[in-house]
Ligand binder design. Structure first.
Ligand SMILES: Nc1ncnc2c1ncn2[C@@H]1O[C@H](COP(=O)(O)OP(=O)(O)OP(=O)(O)O)[C@@H](O)[C@H]1O
Length: 307
């Protein structure tokens, strides 16, 4: 994946340096499907072959279908959307763990992805995992030793820091993972649902830490199903639906509109939800990115403006 210097200046909005550029990114997965529609797309001989070996034909899933966005230093961007809308894929593609079928991702430095499943050695204590985690993020042994007290304090799990991680609750594990990731002070921090399991005290600590990181010219991209977390934690939010950006704007506004849409769906009011989605899409913006040969990005935000 091209990962060049994203240092550029935007044509609109903030003047802060750009840390992440996602330019018309498409991600597709080919996945086996037992659905009749998938079978119907396969030729008869191939269908017979599938039956013979007991396999299923494949279908193409468009996880991201032309996503463009630009993230500046100092921003915390929340990503909301229904299950399967492409949120985790977006984070993975920015982290460089997924290669887009089309489009470009640029980051000013290697992004750090913090997920619920971030690898930990569960037989080791939290403290030992902190040390390993710091070394894995590229710290020297001396830096890891120096970072340890801060990480332990931020995690705030008391005596449990010396217990094996297999004895931790989900929330305790989440606190430790976040504390380890934040210790490296990454310029681009990607958080996938990893904060959801924390309690109120942790929520406050993690918000403080993210503010400090943003104040330090870093940026955060945060996926959460809790639209309220996005409202409280982020400066901006992106609503994804079926791999496309519906809205990209002020966190409170985007989260509120998404929440209202999701609530209508949950009530079985599908027509109403579809109307809200359409209206939000019309009110949204498109981001046009122009890359020059040196990999510098310029971008422009265009209103879709259907009303
Ligand atoms: N490895 C994979 N192989 C096949 N399809 C995948 C794979 N990963 C994701 N997908 C599909 O891509 C689409 C987007 O998935 P993604 O995990 O990005 O959604 P999400 O918005 O994060 O969902 P959730 O809120 O449920 O976590 C879904 O249709 C999903 O089934």
């Amino acid at each position: 994946m091209p990962r060049r210097d994203a240092g550029s200046h935007p044509a609109g909005g903030t003047d802060a340096p750009v840390h992440v550029v996602v330019d018309n990114v498409h991600v597709r997965y080919t996945t086996p499907s037992s659905a009749a529609t998938a079978r119907a797309q396969v030729s008869l001989p191939r269908r017979a072959l599938h039956r013979l070996v007991g396999s299923s034909p494949s279908v193409l899933v468009r996880a991201l279908a032309g996503v463009s966005l630009v993230v500046h230093a100092g921003e915390a961007v929340g990503v909301v959307g229904l299950n399967g809308s492409g949120k985790s894929t977006l984070l993975r593609v920015v982290a460089g763990l997924e290669r887009p079928a089309r489009g470009t991702v640029l980051a000013s430095s290697v992004p750090l992805l913090l997920g619920v499943n971030a690898a930990m050695l569960t037989e080791l204590s939290g403290r030992e995992n902190v040390r390993l985690g710091c070394l894995a993020m590229g710290m020297s042994p001396a830096e890891a030793t120096a970072a340890l007290p801060d990480v332990v304090e931020l995690a705030g799990i008391g005596a449990a820091i010396d217990h094996p991680m297999r004895t931790y609750s989900t929330g305790m594990g989440a606190r430790l993972r976040f504390a380890i990731a934040a210790a490296s002070n990454p310029e681009v921090l990607l958080i996938d649902e990893a904060l959801g399991a924390g309690d109120a005290a942790f929520k406050e600590r993690s918000q403080d830490r993210m503010s400090a990181l943003r104040g330090n010219a870093g940026c955060v991209l945060l996926v959460s199903h809790a639209a309220q977390t996005i409202e409280e934690t982020c400066t901006r939010a992106v609503w994804l639906h079926q791999g496309r950006v519906v809205l990209d704007g002020e966190a409170e506004d985007v989260a509120r509109r998404y929440r209202w849409f999701a609530w209508q769906l949950a009530q079985g009011e599908e027509a109403k939800a579809a109307g809200l989605l359409e209206e939000a899409y019309r009110d949204g913006t498109d981001t046009d990115v122009r890359l020059d040969l040196r990999g510098t990005a310029q971008h422009q935000v265009r209103r879709r403006g259907g009303r």
